[in-house]
Design a binder for this molecule. Structure first.
Ligand SMILES: CC(C)(COP(=O)(O)OP(=O)(O)OC[C@H]1O[C@@H](n2cnc3c(N)ncnc32)[C@H](O)[C@@H]1OP(=O)(O)O)[C@@H](O)C(=O)NCCC(=O)NCCS
Length: 405
């Protein structure tokens, strides 16, 4: 690939073998910093995806360089008609200086050259930065993907009928098995081909691919990573890709495939099976409840024996909505001459609300919010009581591209 001068000071070029150490370090520091880990370098433990992905397809990895120093990289996967990119990472001290965008321009060119029909990526659904960055390149949120995991059971190994690992297939038979895998993926999504993953696992010893046969035809397969240096790391079996041939008995084949994966995981000494590399992070701290206004008169004791937000409840999550039902509970009910004032994230909501009946917060944006209320004596403006603040979360996962609405 020709060298690409992306911006006067950032050079984008293919990643080469001597970059692998720096690329792996930047990947961990970038994710670890973004997720707020105490030691960002330990983000992946002994898992690795930089070396194995580069070895599988060096032409699908881009490097960003500044003054001769690696400052970012992007890994682009060619799964036939489908392509995805990531991990895309840049050195934290370079964030928001356009490095990722410099990497994404040639990424799109690579997809075009490969003839990719459908492109995608995984990202952080709650990060406005990530959403804004990818929207510049035409990617819009589509599905929330459940990251599932299960412990590997203690059961003694049971062999699953007609299930064999790719590692047991003779070298002469492997091209035929890869063609069968392609048939299964093509039946699910035209042109989908993950042969590169099956080959990488076999050639680099990253785990194994579990093959489920029925009537001498491949019914299902799962490409699994396990062990240090793979995308799973020690003690984990990561199912990077799995597919079942569509048909009336697909669910049976799927169950057999899962059993085959679990048997493989147990044999490989894994304690856990995952279907996506685990990432743990904490949600940002909720905004603090507004401090009581200076000079406010202390509430007289005994006017209200209860003064709380009864809806939403603390840490309640609202999915795919911008309206939130709310309610304030006062014991006894609101006195004549008092009014309830509500504030969201420290800003007053311009409406008087009734006691113990529901009202609606509208146009609530995605994120974590704090709701509180005060009871104010109209005649004096004194705060009679203040509710504890309640934290709630709003997710709006299905922002659709304007083109799809
Ligand atoms: C995500 C990541 C790759 C972005 O790299 P970067 O070099 O900082 O990205 P860029 O500077 O090219 O682009 C970021 C854009 O988002 C914008 N942005 C930043 N914060 C934003 C916010 N809160 N809301 C909206 N846009 C925001 C920036 O202004 C910039 O756009 P601009 O150039 O139009 O001003 C980098 O932050 C990173 O490595 N993060 C950790 C690993 C990670 O999350 N990788 C991606 C996984 S999908």
């Amino acid at each position: 690939m020709a060298m690409m001068q992306a911006r006067s000071d950032i050079l984008v070029r293919p990643l080469v073998e001597s970059d692998l150490g720096d690329a792996a370090r930047i990947l961990c520091v970038a994710f670890g910093t973004f997720l707020g880990l105490a030691d960002p370098q330990r983000f992946l433990g002994d898992a690795d995806m930089v070396r194995s992905r580069w070895r599988a397809q060096p032409s699908g990895v881009l490097a960003a360089e500044h003054n001769g120093k690696l400052v970012g990289s992007n890994f682009i996967a060619n799964w036939g008609s489908f392509g995805f990119f990531g991990p895309l990472t840049t050195e934290p001290e370079y964030w928001n200086r356009g490095v990722a965008q410099r990497l994404l321009v040639p990424t799109m060119e690579i997809f075009k050259r490969w003839g990719t029909r459908h492109m995608g990526l995984y990202t952080f659904a709650d990060s406005p930065k990530h959403l804004a960055l990818y929207q510049k390149f035409g990617f819009w949120p589509r599905d929330l993907v459940a990251l599932m995991a299960k412990p590997v059971g203690e059961r003694p190994d049971t062999s699953v009928p007609d299930t064999v690992p790719f590692s047991a297939v003779s070298p002469e038979a492997r091209p035929g098995v890869l063609a069968a895998c392609r048939e299964v993926t093509d039946a699910n999504f035209r042109g989908l081909d993950v042969g590169i993953e099956v080959r990488a696992i076999a050639e680099q010893g990253l785990g194994d691919t579990i093959l489920v046969w029925k009537d001498q035809r491949l019914a299902a397969f799962a490409a699994c990573h396990t062990g240090a240096g793979s995308e799973a790391g020690s003690g984990v079996c990561y199912v990077k890709f799995a597919a079942v041939r569509p048909g009336p008995r697909a669910s049976e084949d799927f169950v057999r495939l899962l059993a085959g994966v679990e048997t493989f995981a147990r044999t490989a000494g894994a304690q856990k099976i995952t279907v996506q590399a685990a990432q743990t992070y904490s949600t940002p701290a909720a905004p603090r409840a507004p401090a009581q206004r200076p000079g406010a008169v202390l509430p007289p004791r005994g006017v209200y024996s209860a003064c709380t937000i009864s809806r939403p409840t603390n840490d309640e999550v609202f999915m795919n909505t911008s309206t939130v039902p709310a309610s304030v509970h006062l014991e006894p009910g609101v006195r004549p001459g008092d009014r309830i004032a509500v504030s969201l994230d420290g800003a007053a909501i311009p409406a008087n609300v009734p006691s113990d009946s529901e009202f609606t917060l509208t146009a609530v944006v995605r994120g974590t919010h704090a709701l509180s209320a005060t009871v104010i004596e109209e005649a004096t403006g004194n705060v009679i009581c203040q509710t504890p603040s309640v934290t709630f979360h709003v997710h709006q996962p299905t922002l659709l591209s304007p083109a799809r609405q």
